[in-house]
Design a protein around this ligand. Structure first.
Ligand SMILES: Nc1ncnc2c1ncn2[C@@H]1O[C@H](COP(=O)(O)OP(=O)(O)OP(=O)(O)O)[C@@H](O)[C@H]1O
Ligand SMILES: [Zn+2]
Length: 734
């Protein structure tokens, strides 16, 4: 007997398997990558057809699909392959991975078609109407004449540009003379050749030239590159010229950036350079706009697609190049749900599409450097800043003598004063917003601890609140100590708000901008601040890491960095790497014009050899040092990590769950099991957290051990009382 044909569907549920359904009677078999609606338990879900197969012998009664939503696949073969590979690698359910790859409206079942633009045009009666009948209505008469001249119809935008508003059109429609119709947007052939350039390229430096040539030589095949260029060396110009070649050939370019809000300058440079559309996938898009952009990319009319992490799943009709800018940035790793690295997926995607991919950074991650050493990636080096710009000077400032109420040393204040006097700009960097990281009672030692986390609440003076930056718990500042009633409450440490106050007192006549999450909540406020900086003129900036990334500030001569050294003492083994990247990125914002730049690092460990190594500004020597350490300890990139985090309301449950599951791990030493241990911040949002770290010299051994571990976790009786997840290649260990 012939086996029954079934449709294997990837359903968005947290189960690592496909589900079989019977085909719809009377319909052709669906193609892989199309959407279907299925009954799942008592729910109806939208899944993706994975394949057509044969029923397992002895399979119990199968239900038919409810309906097919597409005839053509919404996900093309290369995205399907990318999702499959990612689901396997991250041990995440395929149905959920595929869901992540789709825009919200497609997940909800909306048709995968670009909504045609509604056009106004004349009806048959309108075409034969007598304009004289409209003598008393001159605006309708005008509308009739304009529409008569455009038999193909006119969009609202076109009509508005011709000075025609809606009321006369509606009036014509009421007479039955005009109508609003939906038509398909005709596809204009993609712009190709030299016409894609809206302005000439800059004359490349010799190093840029070599990098561009290497990228051009790799066109049409998979080739991964690290563009390893110091800050201000003109990496963007290399992308632009490599992109131009792809665009001239009618191809599309996918560009990933850490954060859209922080890259208005880059986007402006792309828009200025090219006459093809730059489709920016930012968080402000409505679901409809996002779907439209996705479909435009899929049909090929979106030529440059620029977005953050999730843009890696944008379909491309004719891909030519993938760019990951600031590739070291932590934001490329998704931190919840499906915890993928968009940087790593970018390389796989490029491989599947058979195009070159370039990761650009002044401070590449050790993983990426390791890939260049092992020969997997080719390196393109830019060692010089463009123009007359020199590399910034980095100076350590011993702050061990500073009192608790002195966030800035006398030398820092003096340097700031001198810079401002010269009419230049200066930046004070601290990666902590709010006024002070804690409030404490001088009489009884009460501290402003979060009731739900093992952490202090930050004092936000502007709105008189105490806020936990880990769980967002918020409460008013108590007028007296909640524990002993004393009025002697004082704050410890400093955040951006306090620095703003200190600097305003020290430099009352200088304009000051504070840039952090609190001051940039309103839409457009960050853009406005960045524009003020670009204008030049003396200015003091206080800000968090929002100011560290990618900006080109030509008026900035000095940066003073506070608390830069805490990363060197962090419990996270990546602490020094991340601290060094931040330090060099902040330094890199200075001295980008013709004036020299300086970074002053206020530190309490001026003798720290790693910190001293950094003052030479040589990231590679620093990285070399860390790589030796990593090799000795077997940590990434020499070993491979997976982290299981679990949390429970009761104190021991999560820890117990992890402990019991370790019994299924191989006992042959191929996978080292570190823990389980309570998380560094044991309690967060009222939950008790534990973690289990797995380290293996061979990736295959690690991945081989994970399925059994996941099953053990799933089947453990504590599993229901815990939230837990697996993080493959975790970036944030805390
Ligand atoms: N060949 C060139 N000739 C003249 N100016 C150039 C050239 N290439 C780049 N520039 C200019 O140099 C400046 C710095 O370039 P860019 O912002 O691309 O550097 P970057 O390497 O991306 O730096 P960062 O890593 O700090 O973001 C820009 O103002 C850019 O216009
Ligand atoms: Zn909290």
């Amino acid at each position: 007997m012939a086996l029954q044909t079934v449709i294997r569907v990837a359903v968005p549920v947290p189960l690592r398997q496909l589900f079989d359904y019977l085909p719809l009677a009377g319909s052709p078999l669906p193609r892989p990558g199309t959407r279907c609606e299925v009954d799942f338990g008592r729910r109806r879900l939208i899944g993706i057809v994975w394949e057509v197969g044969e029923a397992e012998p002895g399979a119990h009664k199968l239900r038919p699909l409810r309906q097919l939503l597409d005839t053509d696949p919404v996900l093309d073969a290369d995205l399907m392959a990318l999702c499959q590979r990612a689901a396997q690698y991250y041990h995440h359910p395929l149905g959920e991975v595929l869901h992540t790859a789709l825009p919200t409206l497609l997940r909800q079942g909306r048709a995968a078609e670009r909504p045609g633009e509604p056009l106004w045009r004349l009806t048959a009666r309108g075409r034969h109407a007598d304009p004289a009948a409209l003598q008393r209505a001159p605006r309708q008469q005008q509308a009739l004449a304009v529409l008569a001249e455009h038999p193909g119809g006119l969009s609202r935008a076109m009509l508005a540009s011709l000075g025609l508003s809606n009321p006369p059109l509606k009036a014509l429609a009421e007479r039955g003379w005009a109508e609003l119709v939906l038509t398909d947007v005709p596809l204009s052939p993609p712009l190709t050749g030299p016409a894609v350039l809206a302005e000439p390229a800059l004359a490349a430096t010799a190093e840029q030239h070599a990098a561009i040539d290497a990228l051009l030589a790799a066109r049409g095949r998979f080739a991964p590159f690290l563009l390893d260029g110091i800050t201000g060396s003109g990496k963007t110009e290399v992308y632009l010229q490599a992109m131009a070649a792809a665009l001239e050939a009618g191809e599309q370019v996918l560009v990933l950036v850490p954060e859209i809000g922080l890259t208005p300058q880059t986007i402006r440079r792309f828009r200025a350079r090219f006459s093809v559309p730059v489709t920016v996938l930012h968080s402000g898009l409505t679901d409809t706009e996002r779907l439209d952009a996705w479909l435009a990319a899929r049909e090929g009319s979106a030529r440059i697609v620029l977005g953050t992490r999730s843009a890696i799943f944008t379909p491309l009709a004719k891909p030519g190049l993938v760019v990951v800018d600031e590739a070291h940035d932590g934001s490329f790793k998704q931190q919840d749900g499906f915890r993928y690295s968009a940087r790593d997926l970018a390389v796989w995607r490029a491989q599947l599409m058979n195009v070159p991919v370039v990761l650009g950074s002044a401070t590449p991650s050790l993983e990426t450097l390791h890939n260049t050493r092992s020969g997997r990636f080719d390196t393109l080096r830019l060692t010089q800043r463009t123009g007359d710009a020199r590399p910034p000077r980095i100076v350590l400032e011993d702050c061990r003598q500073l009192g608790p109420d002195q966030p800035l040393s006398p030398r820092s204040l003096e340097a700031l004063g001198t810079t401002l006097q010269r009419g230049r700009q200066a930046l004070v960097f601290i990666n902590r917003r709010g006024y002070a990281p804690m409030l404490l009672c001088q009489d009884c030692d009460w501290q402003s601890e979060c009731p739900r986390c093992d952490a202090n609440m930050t004092w936000h003076r502007s709105d008189r609140s105490l806020r936990c930056h880990h769980c967002d718990h918020q409460q008013p500042v108590p007028p007296r100590c909640p524990s002993c009633g004393s009025q002697h409450l004082r704050d410890m440490g400093a955040g951006t708000e306090k620095l703003e106050q200190v600097l305003r007192q020290a430099f009352p006549d200088t304009p000051l901008l504070r840039i952090d999450r609190d001051t940039t909540r309103r839409k457009g406020s960050l853009d406005a601040s960045l524009a003020t900086i670009q204008k030049g003129g003396p200015l003091l900036l206080v800000g968090t890491q929002m100011l560290a990334k990618g900006h080109h500030f030509s008026g900035l001569d000095l940066a003073v960095m506070l608390d830069a050294d805490s990363g060197f003492l962090s419990a996270d083994f990546r602490g020094p790497e991340h601290a060094a990247q931040l330090i060099l990125q902040v330094a890199g914002r200075t001295g980008r014009g013709s004036h020299p730049g300086t970074l002053l690092i206020q530190t309490r460990q001026p003798d720290n050899p790693l910190l001293q190594l950094l003052t030479a500004g040589d990231y590679h020597r620093f990285a070399e040092h860390l790589l030796v350490e990593r090799q000795q300890t077997g940590l990434p990139p020499y070993g491979h990590l997976a982290l299981v985090r679990a949390e429970s309301m009761a104190p021991q449950t999560a820890l117990q769950l992890l402990q019991d599951s370790t019994t299924v791990l191989p006992a042959d030493g191929s996978v080292l099991c570190l823990g389980p241990i309570p998380a560094p911040m044991e309690r967060r949002q009222g939950r008790h957290r534990a973690q289990l770290l797995l380290l293996a010299p061979a990736r295959a051994a690690l991945h081989g051990a994970l399925p059994a571990l996941l099953t053990a976790l799933q089947e453990h009786p504590h599993s229901r009382q815990c939230r837990w997840h697996l993080d493959v290649d975790p970036v944030d260990m805390l």
